[in-house]
Unconditional design. Structure first.
Lengths: 253, 389
């Protein structure tokens, strides 16, 4: 299997804080890769370095054979890497259907297209895809409600759907179930395991071990800016280093 | 039923055109049926509609749009002086030149967002205003304002063999004088421009492009990570609204062919912001409604004086009459801004969505009153929702 994302030697400091030090990580095509680690370990920083929100001090991020460092966020999106945020980033003033149409249009129109005389109602293919994807995520019944008016769990599922409609080569999920009730979490796990998403390459940052162990093919453990180990869920469960650095801590919470 | 009408572009345009073109009739009872005022309604309607494409859709608050109005006026007057008294080339040139200025100012201002963007546009506007008074006097004729004269070259008119011998020539549209039909011709020209301007705005509102602009207003971060380069979108909206302002400025000069720098003052830029907010930011016809109301107040209230107030309160007993006149007089005449300020405050505090929100609430109330409701929603409704036509 080939690596779709290769992070090698990435360093990032904020003032005196070494958020990431010499991080190396390979994401294989088709796998679901979880990154776990205690709070402040640098997980979100790592994602931000991948999608152009932050530029690493040194090291390289290669996605699908191309160097991503210094690329604008919208170009990284078009390269096929889509990020789902921890706090849902949706369009609160647009309807759910419009929320879905925007990413679908991005896929079709590219970074900029001036088409002021085209009718929105006439975008049959886009509308159809938006409805179908909403239906897959059980959100179609809300399609004419505003994004800001639905529950937090639904917002997170909406953002997920907005990512999926772009058919990304790699989906980066930042704590997709944080703050969700148990049944909402389970629904999200089912969605991520569903036919539409199971074969998609995914990187998941997660605190919830239940989610991690039910989804991940491989797990990397990030502690204080270092990847201390990468392995299958079984290997990670039995790794004494991990127990010491992470699992022990999280049980005390 | 109402929803169905509002989702059909031809029907909207039909109603809109009918309302605009019949304005001289239905505005008569309001005392607003004279060409001067009607022209202002149409022209500032265009200005506000264009401004709304920037402010209403993208949320970027520009405090310098009067600059483009002024540039449009200067360009039009220069076209009258150098080319022809026909207003069509003047209007087209006004739009092109203000579009070019909007491109430059927009490119620089849009490097920032929020309050910094507003301050930048304000700074550019004040710069343009000062320059028009000082350095650019050869182009703008400074304080006097740019005026026509009999000796102007008017190359195209000269080629067509039109010579002016008696005083300053008048503007025309292919031979028909703008001032003809007691000035109503000027209104109808402006009204047709308004209808075209409204149609373009309607198309933009209901296009993928317009939805993307609204998405930028809603969450620009999401837009960037969804694969859109937001700056060209914002710049396009800025240039379009600048060209609308240029069109309005060109029309102002077509009706009264002189241009002065006071048209570019920051109060003029502020006025279009007031119009848009008063009518309803981001709604289709709100800004135009706001423009009409402000121009109506400006003309009707500022014309009232004490003796007219005495006439109005004639029915009251003498003491009461004096009292009412004393109370009301600061709010009319020179003080009409006070009335405008009060109305604006009331609207912003109680109806943040502007007059359009008020109307929507009213319709909702009437609907509930008659037990109409639970209407089914079609795809078209869903797509156009949030635009609150």
């Amino acid at each position: 299997m080939s690596n779709i994302l290769e992070i090698s030697g990435v360093n990032k400091t904020f003032g005196g804080l070494h958020a990431l030090s010499d991080v190396n990580l390979q994401i294989e095509e088709g796998e679901t890769h979880a990154i776990i680690g205690p709070n402040g370990a640098g997980k979100s920083t790592l994602l931000n370095c991948c999608i152009g929100r932050l530029i690493p001090d040194s090291g390289s991020v290669t996605f699908d054979g191309n160097n991503m460092i210094g690329m604008a966020p919208h170009d990284i999106n078009h390269a096929g890497m889509v990020r789902i945020f921890q706090t849902p980033e949706i369009f609160p003033d647009l309807t759910l259907l419009q929320n879905m149409m925007i990413p679908a249009l991005a896929k079709r129109d590219g970074t900029f297209k001036f088409n002021p005389f085209k009718s929105l109602v006439g975008e049959k293919a886009i509308l159809e895809e938006a409805h179908a994807t909403l239906a897959d995520f059980e959100l179609d019944k809300f399609h004419d409600q505003l994004g800001g008016s639905i529950s937090r769990g639904d917002k997170r599922r909406l953002e997920l759907a907005m990512g999926i409609i772009q058919h990304p080569k790699l989906l980066l999920l930042d704590e997709p179930t944080a703050g969700m009730a148990r049944h909402d979490t389970n629904r999200t796990i089912e969605l991520l395991k569903s036919e539409r998403m199971s074969n998609m390459t995914k990187v998941i940052i997660e605190h919830d071990m239940h989610v991690v162990f039910s989804l991940a093919d491989r797990i990397s453990v990030l502690v204080r800016g270092h990847i201390i180990t990468t392995g299958t869920p079984e290997e990670i469960k039995n790794d004494p280093k991990v127990k010491e650095a992470y699992l022990g801590e999280s049980e005390d919470e | 039923m109402i929803k169905k009408i509002l989702s059909s572009n031809p029907l909207i345009m039909l109603i809109f055109s009918a309302v605009v073109l019949s304005a001289p009739i239905w505005l008569t009872p309001l005392g607003a049926n004279y060409p001067d005022l009607l022209q202002k309604f149409a022209i500032f309607g265009i200005f506000a509609i264009g401004y709304n494409i920037l402010f209403g859709l993208t949320g970027y608050l520009s405090f310098g749009h009067a600059t483009f109005l002024g540039i449009g006026s200067y360009t039009a007057v220069w076209s009258f002086k150098l080319l022809t008294m026909n207003i069509l080339p003047a209007i087209i040139l006004a739009m092109i030149v203000s579009g070019v200025f909007a491109l430059v100012i927009g490119y620089l201002s849009l490097r920032r967002s929020g309050i910094y963007f507003s301050i930048l546009t304000l700074a550019f506007a004040q710069m343009a205003y000062s320059l028009a008074y000082s350095v650019f006097t050869p182009i703008t004729n400074g304080e006097t304002g740019l005026q026509l004269s009999q000796q102007d070259p008017r190359v195209l008119d000269a080629m067509a063999g039109i010579a002016v011998t008696d005083g300053i020539p008048s503007t025309n549209l292919f031979g028909t004088l703008i001032k003809s039909m007691d000035g109503y011709f000027g209104f109808y020209v402006a009204a047709v421009m308004l209808i075209i301007a409204f149609y373009i705005s309607l198309k933009i509102f209901r296009s993928p492009f317009g939805m993307k602009l609204r998405a930028i207003k809603s969450n620009q971060t999401r837009m960037k990570y969804t694969g859109f380069n937001t700056r060209p979108y914002l710049l396009t909206a800025f240039v379009i609204s600048g060209m609308y302002a240029g069109l309005a400025g060109g029309l102002l000069a077509s009706i009264d062919p002189l241009a002065g720098a006071e048209r570019m003052q920051w109060t003029a830029s502020g006025e279009v912001v007031l119009m848009t907010i008063l009518g309803g930011v981001g709604t289709l016809i709100g800004p135009m409604l706001g423009a009409t109301i402000i121009k109506y107040f400006e003309n009707i209230f500022s014309a009232l004086n004490d003796s007219e107030l005495h006439n109005i309160f004639d029915f009251l007993p003498a003491g009461m009459q004096e009292f009412m006149v004393t109370v009301v007089s600061p709010f009319v005449g020179e003080g009409w801004h006070l009335t405008l300020g009060l109305v604006f405050m009331i609207v912003v505090i109680f109806l943040p969505g502007g007059i359009m929100q008020g109307l929507n609430n009213l319709f909702g109330f009437i609907k509930r009153l008659f037990g109409l409701g639970g209407s089914s929603s079609s795809a078209a409704d869903t797509v156009s929702k949030g635009e609150a036509s």
